[in-house]
Design a protein. Sequence first.
Lengths: 292, 323, 325
Amino acid sequence: MDTSTPLRRFLAEFLENRVAVAAAVVVVVILLLAMFAPLVAPQDPYDLSGLTLRDARRPPGFVGSTGIHHLLGTDAQGRDLLSAILYGLRISLEMGLAAGALAFVIGALLGTGAAYAGGRIESLIMRIVDLQLSFPAILLAFVLAALLGQGRGPLITALVAAQYAYFARTAHGSAAAERQKDYVEAALSIPLSAPRVVLRHILPNCLPPLIVVATVQVAAAVSLEATLSFLGVGLPPTEPSLGMLIANGFQYMLSGRYWISIYPGVALIILIVAINLVGDQLRDQLNPRLKR
Amino acid sequence: MAGFVLQRLMQAVVVMLVMSALVFVGVYAIGNPIDVLISPDATQDIRAATIARYGLDLPLWEQYFAFLGRVLSGDFGTSFVYGIPVTQLILTRLPATLELTLTAIFGATLVGVPLGMYAGYRPDRIFSRVVMGLSILGFSVPTFWIGLVLIFVFAVDLGWLPAGGRGETVSLFGVEWSFLTLDGLRHMLLPALNLSLFKFAMMVRLARSGTRETMSSDVVKFARAAGLSEWTVLSRHVLRLIAIPIVTVFGLELASTLAFAVVTETIFSWPGLGKLVIESITALDRPVMVAYLVIVSFVFIAINLSVDLAYAALDPRLSKGRS
Amino acid sequence: MTGPILRVRDLTTRFRSRAGTVTVVDGVSFTLDRGEVLGLVGESGSGKSMTGFSLIGLVDEPGRVEPTASVELDGRELVGLAEPEMRALRGRRISMVFQDPMMTLNPVLSIGDQMGLVIAAHHRMSRADMATRAAEALTRVGIPEARARLDAYPHQFSGGMRQRVAIAIAILNHPAVIIADEPTTALDVSIQAQILVELQRLAREDGTAMIWISHDLATVSTVADRVAVMYAGRIVEHGPTTAVLSRPRHPYTRGLLDSLPSRGEPGHDLAQIPGAPPSLAALPPGCAFAPRCGHADAACGVAPPATEVGPRGWRCHHPLEEARR
């Protein structure tokens, strides 16, 4: 393998860990499946005309009246579960990625900004961040989602509010260290505007730890979204994410129809575990303390 | 030491004031406060009377102090749904949540720490790998889904344990408890297990990494060179050294367990605070929501305070070094 | 009783892993009389600390003392001794002091508790008796108001005082042998001298024998009755301190002496031994020092035999002349 550039070297190192590579492949496959759900799903699960109650709550492997082979069974409306999961993954990932990206931007700006500003502004921002970090994220998200009501906007707001602090903490940590270095002093001594110094000089150097936090937080956001939707304070029933699918199947589980809840959960877990494994490897590679 | 305690106590009071202000402003930002105080189908007269009584025509800061005064005297208003004072409602639900969360977190710690220490002491044993595998699973899999699987396996498929409810309770100090009866314990087992898995995973990891680090330290080498047995080294030296992060996490997790209890209580129909708050959200029972927020914030701050104090007791460098 | 308190024969410690076997201590033999101080000198990685750990049976996995070795403490064979019996001897008959007192004392246990654990590991006695015994030990190492200090924590002591506490723990059970692994290296120079004198006094008073491990020939020369110089896991030269330091026979000892700042002429460069210590995983055949040695020739491709002349000994094909210095 050509190891002439840092990026190539990084890739070569990543490829050495088979578990991480497998996890990365899984993440990519899931992303593609979610993106092209309408093309790969056996059925459009939300086209009501294609559904018939005769096919409802059938076990995995059942061949429906419309001729569809229901690999993972059907739900209470006679929907093909595999199709519902693919569409659900799509919604879950959209929420997780949107919340993660927004939290990334807000947290990174707050953290680096605080480190740049210094003094009282810095200590005030970081106090709030620390206070919030010691508060369980799920409770905050849950309360906000409950107060703001159902829907994509409120949900993303709740997720971002619960997660930006992790990014802010991380960004502040490395930015504060970066701030001390000579090149930032040098950049500040020539009349460059403050935002420019933060954006062009400080932020790029904080990126590696932020990327690690981002992978972990996207997984956390997906899990949190599922939990909120399961509790009924997330997305409305018209937008069934994985959490909603699991919640819908809950009542049928007691009568032994496990698949309606279990399979969406399995999909959720594969996604979360895969992202976390990739994140673990990135952490090992990007953490300078672990470097020999 | 006294100065340290006093300083932390002051900080806690300040944070509590900030939190109460946030909840208060939140109530204002989210909706008309009158909706929080009386039911939507109240008559105009009652409306006007309530506005006058609670001073809703007064400036915001005056109202905040009035709100604070009511909260301090334990008055959170009356639940729309149950028609009884919220304080009373919460007090009747609190024991169920307390016994569940405490069982979960103590169980997770008492089982997780020794297992984690073993995994750190003998990292290459198969048993240690199994423990670590379990902890990774406990970390990644969402709590609510584990709850479903537990119900399906142990309640539906095997039929060994009940799927929900509190079971038989016994009255002690005028409060109903499940953990005092066999039936109550049977009902508590699955939800407590569900709630504890994440904490268990955390404790295992914490104890393992701490033990691994400590075992190769000079403290341990020196203790061994002095002829201490492996058991004494682990139970007296290593445990004390890793106790500080464990106590911290224990405290913080106690607070987050309260939050996760919302999920577990919903799944297992456990009639505690978490289930109450979910119900109050769906029924827009706002006084209950506000009370829940204030009380949980209070519990959380009280826990943080005790963690700080426990720190001082565990780490002599913090307390005595200052005198 | 007569005869040496410690007799070490052919002590060999190997680390076996998938990558191969590394011999960190290779055929080390020496004897130690009662009250005698033996200086064990060498660069880092020469196996001197590992020799200490091998003696008290605390070699970490996957390391192992070869069963052909023999370590006799007071006439009792330690190699192959079951762990419980070995543990009963550790800290009672043979104990060890480490380099950095910041790292060896447990920061979250009081001095009294830590000493109590060590006493309780070997004796059954009341808490009050333990406290008395611990206070006695602290007094002996020169800590004032020892009783009151039992409740103190390590951070309340200075670095030198902490090392005194560590030494007090090592002498709690009046051991016959103390292994001191660079006990003064982490301390300020002025404190170093105090600790040095203190340990020497204790050894003399109790008749405790001591193995003083150090990379610093200067320190060793002030405390040790005899020295053994280690290189790549082997003792390459040993003998009475004054004899070895004034008339070294092994070129490596010579090199170590020449690189001491006090021996050099002011204003001149210090002499250095060329090259770096070899990796134990890839030792040259024959004499391990040969690649760095100005006297090496074809003969050095074969391991040099041990030469013993009176109280002195060395392993070299081309020993330096006695009269050189």
